[in-house]
Design a binder for this molecule. Structure first.
Ligand code: ME8
Length: 489
């Protein structure tokens, strides 16, 4: 049965260009979105940028630009990377967009306020500008925030607090019952342990005179809505929640049959699996169905950082190897459920071994044999190849893997099939056999074309352009004009 499928990336902070971690989240979402579209599901893929933040103000100032110009420029960079990576989003939301985003946030605020869940309180604490959050004494190392290497400021101010603590039990129940799935199990346990300890109320606004950006609190212009209440609501404001044109919201969110999934990194689990469900419960709105949490990408076993000089720029990799190769690496060589590593060396090794040699070589060999001997693909061959056990097994395993969000396994099975096909060429040696048993040789070549067609189809969600190129070459019965993946030395 056709499904309704809604998938989101986190909205990214535009205080710097996107790095490989962001490219990873986006690629995971794109693979899932493409897979569902191919299956015929009605699919909507949302991404965007999280702009109402002091980080942006500081970055714009450092670049000597006004915030508007700075944001427009960096959004072009975001979209440029997405285009090179083939990220097929349906909408890119910007939280500074007063027409599409703000009405949803205002509506969300009003609903939570109507429940009596927002309360003005005086708050004094240590505030880290990098985190845009109050942090505790315990988290400091040498008096500084370890993530941002900055001393926090002591702030005392009036904030509206969201009474999140009130929803601890209800959120726990939704996760325990599976109504809200948190995947993988380890992250589910992590959030359940947090809920077991009890949630604290959270600051939801800041004095308007202390912040330069943000959406004014409805009915109290002395306060501005604080970044998380603003950012999380993007997932529904983008669909039209709080607006008249809310058809997408009704179809993709406020619909028991819609599969809704947020893909996030492990750093923002609490926000998505505690604060966001709390907000939705308070506002009387449906919760997402699944929160899929991935690990972090490291380089050489270390967190990528400017100080260590081990940041890998996705654009640099794309320029050298192409967007499809980057998608391939992220999908297959990073496990979604754990931290994954990448270095220039590991990338090149995977590229040469599995793309230049593995897939690229198979495509060249098969198409060369077919083109020189005028072997063309026929419906009969297609049916015969699809009936082979190896093809059936691959499909079954791929489908199961994607159901479990195991993208790595879903690509691994394609390469197993590539290896089986290589072995078939080795064993049957159709090129040599031409002289002794032409009929069998031609039959082998036809089967190889059929298998290549199956490989191309199975690659579609992961490497869409490569899949299309292989399909074109088969159809036109041509050898690639140049190798699909030239070897790199
Ligand atoms: O947190 N490895 O935005 P952000 C893998 N605006 N993924 C990584 C990563 C790494 N090393 N570093 C970042 C924000 N990510 C908020 C989100 S959503 C309502 C608001 C990915 O620009 C990961 O998905 O810091 C992480 O959750 C996201 O980028 C955070 O991007």
């Amino acid at each position: 049965m056709k499904k309704i499928f809604f998938i989101t990336t986190p909205i990214f902070y535009p205080n710097a260009n996107l790095h490989l971690g962001h490219a990873y989240t986006s690629t995971v979402c794109d693979v899932m979105a493409r897979y569902h579209r191919i299956a015929g599901d009605e699919t909507y893929f949302l991404t965007g940028s999280d702009e109402n933040t002091e980080k942006v103000v500081r970055a714009a100032r450092a670049a000597g630009k006004d915030a508007g110009t700075y944001l427009d420029e960096i959004n072009i960079n975001f979209k440029n990377l997405f285009s090179k990576l083939g990220i097929s989003y349906d909408q890119f939301i910007r939280t500074t967009d007063e027409r599409s985003h703000w009405p949803g946030v205002v509506e969300m605020w009003k609903r939570i306020a109507a429940q009596g869940d927002l309360e003005k309180r005086s708050y004094k604490g240590l505030y880290c500008v990098g985190h845009e959050a109050f942090i505790t004494e315990k988290e400091l190392i040498g008096g500084k925030c370890p993530d941002h290497n900055e001393s926090p400021q002591i702030l005392e101010e009036e904030n509206y607090f969201f009474k999140l603590s009130k929803y601890t039990g209800a959120i726990k129940e939704k996760i325990e019952s599976g109504e809200l799935k948190v995947v993988p199990e380890s992250r589910r346990n992590e959030i359940l342990a947090l809920l077991e300890r009890g949630l604290e109320d959270v600051s939801f606004s800041r004095p308007a005179d202390k912040v330069s950006v943000g959406i004014p609190v409805p009915g109290d212009p002395s306060q501005k809505i604080y970044v998380w209440a603003d950012a999380l609501t993007n997932y529904i404001s983008a669909l039209g929640f709080g607006r008249k044109d809310d058809a997408l919201y009704k179809k993709f969110w406020d619909n028991p049959d819609a599969e809704t999934i947020h893909v996030i990194g492990k750093d923002i689990l609490r926000f998505h699996a505690a604060i966001w469900p709390g907000m939705l419960l308070s506002a009387g709105l449906p919760l997402p169905k699944t929160i899929l949490v991935h690990g972090f990408i490291t380089s050489g076993g270390k967190k990528m950082s400017k100080t260590l000089g081990n940041i890998i720029d996705p654009l640099e990799l794309i320029n050298e190897y192409g967007g499809e190769a980057v998608r391939y690496y992220l999908a297959r060589h990073i496990s979604l459920f754990e931290d994954g590593d990448i270095t220039h060396e590991s990338f090149k090794e995977a590229y040469n071994g599995n793309l230049a040699n593995g897939l690229g070589n198979l495509v060249s060999r098969t198409l060369k044999m077919a083109a020189t001997n005028d072997v063309e693909i026929t419906d009969e061959i297609k049916i015969k190849t699809a009936k082979e056990k190896s093809a059936g097994d691959m499909h079954k395993r791929q489908e199961q893997a994607l159901k479990n969000f195991d993208i790595k396994e879903a690509v691994d099975v394609v390469w197993n099939y590539v290896s089986l096909t290589d072995e078939f060429i080795q064993k049957e040696a159709p090129f040599k056999k031409l002289k002794t048993n032409k009929e069998s040789a031609l039959e082998n070549m036809g089967l190889l074309l059929g298998r290549l067609e199956i490989i191309a189809a199975a690659l579609q969600p992961f490497m869409p352009n490569t899949a299309k190129e292989i399909q074109r070459l088969i159809k036109e019965n041509k050898m690639p004009e140049k190798p699909l993946f030239p070897r790199k030395d």
